[in-house]
Design a protein around this ligand. Structure first.
Ligand SMILES: NC(=O)c1ccc[n+]([C@@H]2O[C@H](COP(=O)([O-])OP(=O)(O)OC[C@H]3O[C@@H](n4cnc5c(N)ncnc54)[C@H](OP(=O)(O)O)[C@@H]3O)[C@@H](O)[C@H]2O)c1
Length: 376
């Protein structure tokens, strides 16, 4: 079959027509790739080779396609269903930049009729990164998202996890507004826009940081207010204070660029609560981080790269379990129209365009729209 491969770390994308067509194992499906979203992780893996388990590799992970074959034990999907989600990252056979790729049944979403195949390609990564964050769901306390180095009073996840999520699940007309702000740094990005939708559906008032030209994207996603992350930090801190009155204990760094400012915001602006605990979650799972002394800040790292890594260790197993459980309410929120797909733009048509589309995405010139490649 056809696709786009990377031969080794740092090698360019190359179109190939002799790739082996994968076969679904138990609880997997084979998907005809229709559209793929582009994410920063593509260039990260292509240039560094990190997270890649075998070469040559086909990249692309934000999937939207049609099920063409089902493996043993699959009950959720049948041939002809439209499917979307985040595939295993860096594992040969799973990349979306090829004609057919594998997906794990329990880690994939079924596309509802109110979402187009293009829109579906915007959803997988953004939703799965945002949703399991303990920031939005205080009862959801998974060690997966807890920095191993950070001291934390949080317990590890128990089997009551999904019930915990259920309590927080925003049902139409029943979501009571919390008298609490949540700060999302990098609110205009793909992760940031979905995180903002989920947080505001969960009742938080969201204050998002972004470039001023993208403020409207944040407010459209549900943010009550925005600020410019390029202003001097003292100015950001005083803006946050005047907007929130210090009534927040949670900061989500959706853009993976704001660990140090976030610590400053939590230490200097947040009034805290009775137990003193404050919470910081980040999509940056590579930089060293530690909470300032005596700050009681819990640090959580998002590790979507562990998706589908069954049998590779207890942390990976735990990630898979958390994500499997997250799929259920998320699928419902999308089908009910409560989570709306973000704006998108097709910037590549076919395999020949993958390399230039990724380059264009990396240039940051797309104005807050999700970049898509039309694969089939
Ligand atoms: N750890 C994981 O499992 C995981 C999973 C998915 C994504 N990620 C990482 O998460 C990050 C965001 O992904 P994405 O898909 O949302 O990317 P994206 O759509 O390109 O968005 C990037 C966002 O970061 C903002 N930003 C850039 N520099 C900033 C700064 N100095 N301070 C605050 N915000 C800043 C941008 O704001 P403006 O455009 O408004 O300037 C934009 O909102 C990426 O680094 C990605 O690699 C990690």
């Amino acid at each position: 079959m056809r696709g786009v491969t990377v031969a080794s770390p740092g090698a360019p994308y190359e179109v190939a027509d002799d790739l082996p067509k994968p076969s679904p194992n138990e609880n997997q499906v084979l998907v005809k790739s229709l559209f793929s979203g582009i994410n920063p992780v593509e260039t990260f893996m292509q240039s560094s080779g990190m997270m890649v388990t075998g070469w040559p590799v086909v990249l692309g992970c934000d999937a939207s396609g049609e099920v063409v074959e089902v493996g043993k034990g699959v009950s959720k999907f049948k041939i002809g269903d439209h499917i979307y989600g985040c595939t295993r990252l860096g594992v040969p056979g799973y990349g979306t930049f090829q004609e057919y790729h594998l997906m794990d049944e329990k880690l994939a979403f079924k596309k509802p009729s109110n979402v187009s195949v293009e829109q579906a390609a915007t959803l997988g990564v953004g939703l799965l990164v945002s949703f399991p964050s303990s920031l939005f769901f205080p009862n959801h306390t998974s060690k997966v998202f807890l920095d191993a180095d950070a001291k934390s009073s949080f317990k590890t996840a128990s089997l009551g996890l999904i019930a915990g999520l259920g309590i927080e699940y925003p049902v139409a007309g029943e979501t009571s507004k919390r008298d609490e702000w949540l700060i999302i740094l990098g609110g205009s990005g793909s992760v940031g826009q979905y995180a903002t939708q989920i947080a505001s559906l969960s009742g938080y008032q969201v204050l998002a940081s972004c470039s001023p030209s993208k403020a409207q994207l944040c407010t459209a996603a549900g943010a009550s207010a925005t600020f410019d992350y390029k202003l001097p930090l003292e100015e950001q801190v005083s803006t946050i204070k005047s907007i929130t009155g210090g009534n927040f204990i949670k900061v989500f760094d959706a853009g993976a660029a704001s660990y140090a400012p976030a610590m400053e915001m939590l230490v200097k602006c947040s009034n805290g609560k009775k137990d003193g605990a404050k919470h910081f979650a980040s999509t940056d799972d590579w930089s060293p981080m530690s909470a300032p002394e005596r700050s009681s800040i819990n640090i959580y790292r998002i590790r979507l790269g562990q998706i589908g890594r069954y049998g590779e260790g207890s942390e990976q197993e735990e990630t898979c379990r958390v994500l499997e459980e997250a799929i259920v309410p998320l699928e419902r929120l999308v089908a009910d129209g409560k989570i709306k797909p973000m704006e998108w733009e097709i910037i590549g048509h076919g395999f020949k365009d993958v390399a230039s589309a990724v380059k264009l995405f990396d240039s940051g010139k797309l104005g807050g729209k999700k970049a898509l490649v039309k694969v089939a």
